[in-house]
Design a protein around this ligand. Structure first.
Ligand code: SF4
Ligand code: SF4
Length: 180
């Protein structure tokens, strides 16, 4: 029997906005899976964006210190859209898409392993439709949020180590440091 709290049941309207509007932060694990899946070099998949492009807190764990600026590792875009978005608004890297793409549009709170709150993410307006059938499978999203939290934790730990010890390194040095 499910012990999940009440949550908004929705299905995706396939508008494609979540693959064009936000800047998508990724972890070392996300990028490793994309490299393996696409065969593309890391440099073609990610870029390092300044804090002026992304409203994440200073202490959110994803800000990497370089010589004079701090930046976050994010998916590249082409013509204002994720490089993987197809003309019909599908994802060409669907099987290896980042964890954050797997959990949107939901956001969850936990008490240990127990989910205490499930809401719709407020990072951007999602056009998902309220539904009673054919809704996004919440159990799959819960599993993906848990994996995302675990991998975010590992990545943020690496970023912290880098920031404490290697802050004068280059992007290439950072990628090597996180195993990419
Ligand atoms: S990787 Fe796929 S799902 Fe994620 S933003 Fe890009 S196109 Fe969208
Ligand atoms: S999750 Fe929301 S924003 Fe993304 S494609 Fe579906 S309806 Fe659009």
């Amino acid at each position: 029997m499910s012990t999940l709290p009440k949550y908004p049941k929705v299905k995706c309207a396939r508008c494609g906005d979540c693959c064009s509007i936000p800047v998508v932060p990724v972890t070392h694990k996300d990028v490793a899976r994309l490299v393996k899946h696409t065969g593309l070099p890391v440099g073609k998949l990610v870029r390092f964006c300044p804090s002026s492009e992304m409203a994440y807190d200073e202490d959110s764990g994803l800000w990497i210190k370089f010589k004079s600026v701090r930046r976050a590792m994010v998916l590249r875009k082409r013509r204002e859209r994720c490089i993987f978005q197809t003309p019909d608004r599908a994802c060409s890297a669907y099987a290896a898409r980042p964890q954050t793409c797997r959990t949107f549009p939901y956001s969850m709170e936990f008490d240990g392993a127990k989910v205490t709150e499930i809401t719709l993410n407020e990072v951007m307006k999602c056009n998902a439709i309220k539904c009673s059938v054919g809704c996004i499978d919440i159990d799959t999203v819960v599993a993906n949020v848990k994996k995302e939290n675990r991998e975010d934790g590992e990545y943020h730990k690496l970023v912290k180590q880098w920031n404490l010890s290697r802050y004068t390194g280059t992007v290439k040095d950072f990628l090597k440091f996180v195993g990419l």
